[in-house]
Design a protein around this ligand. Structure first.
Ligand code: HEC
Ligand code: HEC
Length: 406
């Protein structure tokens, strides 16, 4: 207890004298202080001085502040300044709401606005609002908001015309703010609407028809609804068991290359979904076995012929062999060992580009898995092909593709 007091006694005294100083200073700066305030200013320093000895007598700091604050005339404030006059409030209160509240009486037409704009604004914003150099552009940019470099103008982006009026009158011309009359501002706003293809050149804007004007992007502004739309999702109890009805495989670890090279890769599952371990390409014979095909010895022409038959399903989109070019799918020469998504000049989908960036290469088992279920293995691929169910067909096709590209 003693230690506590030693620390706070000097602090209490300090607070009291700072407050006293503030009230004295306040007294000097307040012009035409209304009577109740003047009384309070006179009273406060005295109170503060009284409080100081109280602090020395080891009054806990909480009691000290409680004693200083409750003067009734200070409720909700610090007893500084005075109430603003109605005229002062009116001078500040120039804002205009989208519903038209606050609009001054006035009128202005497009042609008058054009003259004013050329004289007062065009040196920065260009005669048609197209901007000079790097000054802001005020017109155009329609339909660019979803692009990488949106052009945000009154016509393309701003939600309400009231902001245009308010901003121009308050802040423009740059360097000569608040110099425009109401009629001049109406005329300039009318001209800005004209250069944004919202009205024709005979248009007259006034406080009467102002709220009838709608800007293009109004509907894309709405009240922050995250409290209803997102917050409940983030705060609901997390599901910990059986959270998904069906599980879909969208990519294989062996393709993403998340597993360190240990000599074994996980082959894509067969139709049934069972995952078998298959040796890597270092043991080609075994791989071929896993792909359920090929003779150990030379070329199996029968198999290749079968494969050529299967390739009819691909031909609409792919070419293979000498002189093969890209069609709606990339050419398929030398596929095994080729980096995924690597054919020059072909525009692949993201999943292919990602696999390409990861340096993934077509192996027989990856190719077989892909051909069995293209969208399952390369989620998001633009190859519209349902898949080859039959393992025999896939094995024959692989043999044909290899043969044809030699
Ligand atoms: C000396 C150059 C200059 C002149 C002259 C000028 N402006 Fe501007 N204007 C600016 C600058 C700079 C800004 C951006 C200010 C900011 O972002 O703080 C701007 C912003 C604006 C904007 C908002 C643009 C946006 O999309 O954010 C409007 C509208 C506008 N000016 C209208 C006018 C009108 C009308 C006049 C003539 C009465 C005018 N300006 C004269 C320099 C100028
Ligand atoms: C309807 C057109 C179409 C059909 C039919 C089609 N493909 Fe494709 N294929 C594509 C497109 C498009 C891509 C590029 C996929 C992407 O970028 O997402 C592609 C990509 C591929 C790739 C990846 C090549 C690379 O460079 O990485 C292979 C392999 C492939 N297809 C093989 C086949 C085989 C084999 C068949 C027949 C069984 C077939 N496709 C049927 C359109 C098709």
């Amino acid at each position: 207890m003693l230690k506590f007091l030693k620390i706070f006694v000097p602090a209490g005294t300090g607070v009291a004298s700072v407050l006293a100083l503030a009230y004295v200073a306040a007294d000097q700066f307040v012009i035409d202080v209304p009577a109740p305030v003047r009384e309070m200013v006179a009273v406060q320093p005295a109170m503060a001085q009284e409080a100081a000895p109280a602090a020395e007598a080891a009054t806990p700091i909480t009691t000290l502040t409680a004693e200083l604050s409750p003067a009734p005339s200070m409720a909700g404030g610090y007893g500084l300044g005075r109430e603003a006059l109605a005229e002062e409030v009116a001078a500040w209160d120039t804002d205009i709401r989208p519903d038209g509240l606050g609009l001054p009486v006035g009128t202005g037409d497009v042609l008058t606005g054009e003259e004013l704009f050329v004289e007062k604004c065009s040196m920065c914003h260009g005669e048609f609002g197209e901007a000079v150099g790097r000054w802001p552009v005020l017109a155009g940019g329609f339909g660019t908001l979803d692009r990488k470099d949106p052009v945000k103008t009154i016509g393309s982006y701003w939600p309400y015309l009231s902001t245009v009026y308010d901003y121009v009158q308050r802040a423009m011309p740059f360097g000569e703010a608040a110099s425009l009359s109401n009629d001049e501002t109406y005329a300039l706003v009318a001209y800005l609407m004209y250069v944004n293809d919202l009205v024709d050149d005979e248009f007259v804007l006034s406080n009467e028809n102002f709220t009838e004007v709608r800007l293009r992007n109004e509907d894309n502004f709405f009240m922050d609804d995250r409290l209803e739309t997102e917050f409940p999702l983030f705060t609901q109890e997390a599901c910990m068991t059986d959270c998904k009805e069906t599980v879909e495989i969208t990519m294989y670890a062996s393709m993403l290359d998340v597993t360190p090279d240990s000599g074994v890769v996980r082959a894509a599952p067969a139709a049934g979904g069972a995952v078998e371990a298959a040796p890597v390409a270092e043991e080609p014979a075994a791989v071929e076995e896993a792909a359920a095909a090929e003779e150990t010895g030379g070329v199996d022409m029968a198999l290749i012929e079968d494969g050529e038959g299967v390739f009819k399903k691909c031909r609409a989109c792919h070419q293979v062999g000498e002189g093969a070019v890209n069609r709606s799918g990339p050419q398929l020469n030398g596929l095994i060992g080729r980096t995924i998504g690597s054919v020059e000049g072909f525009g692949y989908s993201n999943v292919f580009n990602d696999a390409n960036a990861a340096g993934q290469v077509w192996t027989e088992e990856i190719l077989s898995a892909f051909l069995e279920n293209p969208k399952g293995v390369m989620s998001g691929t633009k190859m519209s092909f349902a898949g080859l169910r039959s393992a025999d067909d896939r094995a024959a096709l692989l043999a044909y593709l290899q043969h044809a590209s030699n």
